[in-house]
Write a protein that binds this ligand. Structure first.
Ligand SMILES: Cc1cc2nc3c(=O)[nH]c(=O)nc-3n(C[C@H](O)[C@H](O)[C@H](O)COP(=O)(O)O)c2cc1C
Length: 394
């Protein structure tokens, strides 16, 4: 109850982050909060928003702000979707279903990761709005095909193919916190890392009651669901090349969105290979450290393929004004990752609801303060871009 009250009192996403840090063991919090290597890209993803100023149109009376949009044929009340997040169930029991339900209730979209801890049918059943399925080729093509077929049968409306994980990024916090050792299930290896779990007894009790260490119920190997400990090596064998989009297209007749586009050239290749939509994304700074902040490459991608496909964006969004800036630079909609994960970690479903509400209220207030009555009206004229900001397609 105390947690719920704290979640409701959270004024911004940073407050939810603080609450999540207090409730979760360090290893779980850092899994969400951290990035690759020196976390340069992780930090830049957020900082880049600070360098862009807003240009309001005062004197226009805007009684409300219309946030509705359509993405690849699906209608949403809000211009953002909850991004695919692996192992969401670690943050809170049944985290995937809770997040999908909270998104649906608010009129936002939800994207389920292949590497989630809940059967995709259970998550779909909890959702009241369109939900998309994010595909990793873990387990090989046949396993992926079976997953695609399950997602189709369950009613997922689009497939998101992530292309920026040919190997897992070097997330140093995970190494220091003993992620591999804890997965060995050998007490001698685990022992030095157990105190961080014991320091959060309420989280631990819930986690164990929810089944403890999970497998991946949507990655069905011949031997059964893929074990959690196998994820690292499985990722190493699941690089997605442009050619893969052809057989994926055969297997999935609905919209395909390619996630993890960093350059205009990649964007053109993805569209040529048949993508219906793109997400400009560097995986939230968790993969290749040192790539540009996502927002900096959004303009070149929009200029290159914006007339042929819908361009989505993610990376670093912590406020509604960040969403306004991405939309003004040409994104059709955005995905938010950590912003909602902090809410889930802070207080389960109500925490996700609070995160969505914070972003929604931010969006409405920002648009009205800018004299802009609808997200459809947003364009660069509402922004003051720093000198040297990339403009043209490469
Ligand atoms: C804990 C965590 C797990 C993630 N797991 C996945 C995943 O399974 N599949 C995927 O395509 N992206 C995954 N991502 C990347 C997100 O979908 C998204 O691109 C990123 O979080 C956006 O940046 P933001 O967190 O700053 O909003 C993950 C991100 C986080 C933080």
């Amino acid at each position: 109850m105390a947690t719920l009250r704290a979640v409701d009192k959270a004024v911004n996403i940073a407050d939810l982050r603080r609450l999540a840090r207090r409730r979760l063991p360090r290893i779980v919090f850092d899994y969400a909060d951290g990035g690759a290597e020196d976390e340069i890209t992780l930090r830049d993803n957020c900082r880049v928003f600070d360098s862009i100023l807003l240009r309001p149109r005062n004197g226009l009376v805007v009684p409300r702000a219309d946030l509705r949009t359509t993405v690849l044929g699906s209608g949403f009340d809000l211009p953002f979707l909850l991004a695919p997040i692996g192992s969401t169930r670690m943050f809170f029991p049944h985290g995937e279903a809770l997040a999908a339900a909270a998104a649906g209730a608010a009129g936002a979209g939800y994207v389920l990761s292949t590497l989630c801890g809940s059967p995709l049918e259970e998550v779909k059943a909890a959702a009241t709005r369109p939900v998309w399925y994010q595909l990793y080729l873990v387990g090989g093509h046949d396993v992926a095909r079976a997953g695609i077929e399950r997602a189709r049968k369950a009613g997922f409306s689009a497939l998101v193919v992530t292309i920026d994980t040919p190997v897992a990024g070097m997330r140093e916090r995970d190494h220091r916190n003993g992620t591999s050792e804890l997965l060995t299930r050998r007490i001698g290896s685990m022992l030095p890392y157990l105190p961080q779990l014991l320091a959060r007894p309420r989280w631990l009790a819930r986690f164990l009651a929810d089944g403890g260490l999970m497998n991946f119920p949507n990655v069905m190997l011949p031997s059964g669901p893929m074990a959690y400990a196998d994820v690292g090596s499985a990722l190493e064998q699941c690089a997605v090349g442009w050619n893969d989009l052809h057989w994926i297209r055969e297997a999935w007749k609905g919209p395909i969105i390619v996630k993890g586009v960093h350059t205009a050239d990649e964007a053109r290749q993805a569209v040529d290979a048949g993508a219906d939509g793109l997400v400009v994304s560097n995986h939230g700074g968790r993969q290749l450290d040192g790539v540009a902040a996502s927002l900096r490459v959004l303009p070149e991608v929009v200029a290159a393929v914006g007339d042929r496909t819908e361009v989505l964006f993610d990376g670093g969004i912590r406020r509604g004004s960040d969403i306004v800036k991405a939309l003004a630079l040409g994104a059709r909609a955005v995905l938010v990752g950590r912003a909602y994960v902090y809410g889930l970690g802070a207080g389960g479903g109500p925490g996700v609801t609070r995160a969505i509400e914070i972003l929604r209220a931010d969006l409405v207030r920002t648009l009205r303060l800018m004299g802009c009555g609808s997200i459809a009206e947003l364009d660069r004229s509402f922004l003051d871009l720093p000198s040297g900001w990339p403009t043209a397609a490469r």
